[in-house]
Design a protein around this ligand. Structure first.
Ligand SMILES: Nc1ncnc2c1ncn2[C@@H]1O[C@H](COP(=O)(O)OP(=O)(O)OP(=O)(O)O)[C@@H](O)[C@H]1O
Length: 264
């Protein structure tokens, strides 16, 4: 399969067309195993599309996309890849613990091991004090942590998280990032999307997306150093400017009268 040894995700010329638009345009990158990789970019840049391609639910994907050494979407990856969507998928009429019990049974975790697995997952996401609350009565952030706990139940080798920290208070965000790093130190690979640039420094590696193209794939430190920036956000803007400078079709190159008020 010509996978470089160790790449948990390997993309080459990965392209996705939605409607008439190329929403991902010839992306090539590797994600190393056991790392926390941030997928960062503004709203609409293609993060969710890329995540769906990785988990195998996106249509019209061309190019190469291998996940854990298999083509993305292969049936054998189902139990090896955990996926947490932006909207929590929990049953409101069950408690947090009952939701996890249910999913543990679906995943085939033996009955004798289920209670311990559920308690561990609830502890990992810091929800033990709400374990017996109905999911319908949980806050948005708590419900999304139940979804994350569900994904952790199967101890996936790759965990793909779409904006997991949206709407969480700073302390909870910090706790979740600590959890992500604990999981990585146990060997799990994490791909985490965010549109919040100040989360970039919590990642070991970054994929910076803009309008479906990969602006950069590097460590936060290297991105800051190569662009002479103090923050990843500044580095991102410097890279956007550099990309525009090389793209005469970019709105930034049209006469000023055409661009006024058009920045987004
Ligand atoms: N059916 C479609 N036809 C054409 N374009 C589409 C279609 N569905 C989505 N898009 C476009 O694809 C692009 C990428 O969308 P995607 O949801 O992957 O972005 P995102 O970075 O995850 O955004 P957000 O952070 O807002 O969730 C967007 O510009 C969106 O408008």
């Amino acid at each position: 399969m010509n996978n470089p040894p160790g790449a948990a995700i390997r993309a080459r010329h990965l392209t996705v067309v939605r409607g008439t638009r190329r929403v991902l345009d010839a992306l090539s990158f590797d994600v190393a195993p056991g790392t926390v990789t941030g997928l960062l970019g503004p709203s609409g840049s293609g993060k969710s599309t890329l995540i769906r391609a990785v988990v195998g639910t996106q249509a019209k994907v061309t190019g190469t996309l291998d996940v854990l050494g298999r083509p993305a979407g292969s049936a054998s990856l189902r139990s090896r890849v955990g996926y947490v969507t932006q909207s929590p998928s929990v049953y409101g009429d069950l408690t947090a613990r009952q939701n996890l019990d249910y999913y543990a049974a679906v995943l085939g975790i033996p009955r004798a091991e289920r209670a311990a697995a559920v308690t561990q997952a609830l502890t990992d996401v810091d929800l033990t004090s709400h374990a017996d609350d109905l999911a319908a009565n949980l806050s948005g952030g708590q419900a999304s942590r139940v979804s994350l706990a569900v994904a952790l139940l199967g101890t996936p080798e790759l965990l793909v998280l779409d904006e997991p920290t949206v709407g969480l208070d700073p302390a909870l965000r910090r706790d979740l990032w600590n959890l992500f790093h604990r999981l990585a130190s146990r060997g799990t690979t994490l791909l985490i999307s965010s549109h919040v640039m100040d989360e970039a420094d919590r990642c070991e590696h970054l994929l910076l997306l803009r309008e479906g193209t990969l602006l950069a794939a590097d460590t936060p430190r290297a991105l800051r150093e190569t662009t002479g920036s103090d923050t990843v956000e500044e580095a991102f803007l410097a890279l956007v400017d550099a990309a525009r400078a090389g793209d005469p079709g970019d709105p930034a190159h049209r006469p000023a009268t055409h661009t006024e008020g058009g920045a987004s």
